[in-house]
Design a protein around this ligand. Structure first.
Ligand SMILES: O=C(O)c1ccccc1NCC(=O)[C@H](O)[C@H](O)COP(=O)(O)O
Length: 284
């Protein structure tokens, strides 16, 4: 079983996550070995808003390397942090070496950390109007941080995109660029103007070797084009792999991951060798 754990860690490293040897380093700015202020994104393909162990199984089978647990009570994808069902989802993902991201919207900082610690989450995604101090606190507590930046869906100048995240640029966090869907905060199926993101990334993102994530209205039909046009290296999806809305589809998840070309599957759709085979029931 030890070998399996090593395989999982290797797989995460190959898929762009932090090298396993330094995955627990909380603040990369202060790490002299890395000598970088900006961590890579903690995942390549995140399926957000999973609500059952079956959903997680579909993600593992497809080769997705992250799931999002949605702790925003107003969302159709909400899961109760302390429930047995959430614990089971979380445990299943952990056994498969899938990055577990907790999604919060304007929660109290103490509550965020309490939930993240209780579930031993890998990363915290802030999707509301949380402050720099909230992000700093999560980093200091040792969690990787994903910050959703909610952008207009119209064509945008690189400077305008940068203005939405400039005040957080120095933090060792990952930006998730999502469409602004107003009071719903996220999960609305609206697409960003992808070429604008490519322009921004070429001027700002790549220059600083910064990991960032494309989100908003992605689905199996558009994901390849979205990646080409935006130059994103990591993607996130919620509604685009659901049927009906709010219910993850075991058919759409693999279609999405394979079409993205970013998952742990080869071109024939088979799992790569380093991925634990779904159904193998790996243990820690
Ligand atoms: O998914 C939700 O219901 C949600 C609600 C409130 C804040 C964030 C939410 N989702 C966060 C995500 O990371 C989604 O995957 C992202 O917004 C893209 O969603 P979609 O356009 O449906 O793919």
């Amino acid at each position: 079983m030890k070998q399996l754990s090593i395989d999982i860690a290797d797989k995460q490293e190959k898929m762009g996550g932090l090298p396993s040897s330094i995955a627990s380093v909380p603040n990369l700015i202060e790490n002299p070995i890395l000598n970088t202020a900006h961590p890579p994104a903690p995942f390549k393909v995140k399926i957000c808003g999973v609500r059952s162990s079956r959903d997680v199984q579909a993600c593992a089978d497809a080769g997705a390397d992250a799931i999002g647990l949605n702790f925003y009570p107003a969302s159709i994808r909400y899961v109760e942090p302390a429930s047995e069902s959430t614990k089971a989802i979380n445990d299943t993902a952990k056994r498969y070496g899938i990055c577990r991201v907790g999604l919060f919207v304007n929660h109290a900082s103490d509550q965020v950390l309490e939930v993240a610690r209780a579930l031993d989450l890998d990363a915290i995604q802030f999707h509301g109007d949380e402050t720099r101090a909230d992000l700093r606190r999560a980093l200091d507590a040792g969690f990787q941080v994903v910050r959703a930046i909610r952008l207009p869906t119209s064509p945008l100048a690189a400077e305008e995109i940068q203005s939405h995240l400039e005040s957080l640029w120095d933090l060792p966090i990952t930006f998730l660029l999502d469409a602004d869907v107003g009071a719903a905060f996220g999960g609305g199926g609206k697409q960003l103007h992808w070429p604008s993101l490519a322009d921004w990334a070429s001027r700002y993102g790549r220059h600083a070797t910064r990991g960032w994530v494309l989100a908003g209205g992605l689905d199996p039909a558009c994901i390849a084009e979205a990646i080409t046009q935006s130059t994103a290296k990591s993607v996130d999806v919620a509604s685009g792999v659901e049927s009906p809305r709010g219910q993850k589809s075991g058919d759409l998840i693999p279609k999405f991951v394979i079409a993205s070309g970013l998952g742990g599957v080869d071109e024939t759709g088979r799992l790569s060798e380093t991925l634990p085979t779904a159904g193998e029931n790996p243990t820690d």
